[in-house]
Write a protein that binds this ligand. Sequence first.
Ligand SMILES: [Zn+2]
Length: 124
Amino acid sequence: MCNFPLKLSRLMHEMSIAMNIVEIVSATVQKNHAKKVNSIDLEIGELAGILVDSLTFCFDAACKGTIAEGAVLNINEIKALGKCLDCDNEFPVEMYFAICSKCGGAAVDIIQGKELAIKSINVD
Ligand SMILES: [Zn+2]
């Protein structure tokens, strides 16, 4: 069994993202003189390499003792879409290396699914 270090490094990836979110939220809230953060809307693409469950778990830990403590994380997962550079076909993809579903071409641009963005912060 050697999957523990792997899981740990995965978790540290989500932890650093969670801490980043808390930092951005805290700065925004201070600028707006708000007292409390109710919820945070996030957009995460399927190909962004983020495990939503891990991120939620890490966020709860990262926001402890900050103004963001207790805020609800609303995560909107964005489906991954590729666009063939040869025939302009747009189709769902599961990873970065995709083959066009129409012409079989390998020149595919990922046009959606890499997002990691804070869409809105709901405060009091
Ligand atoms: Zn094509």
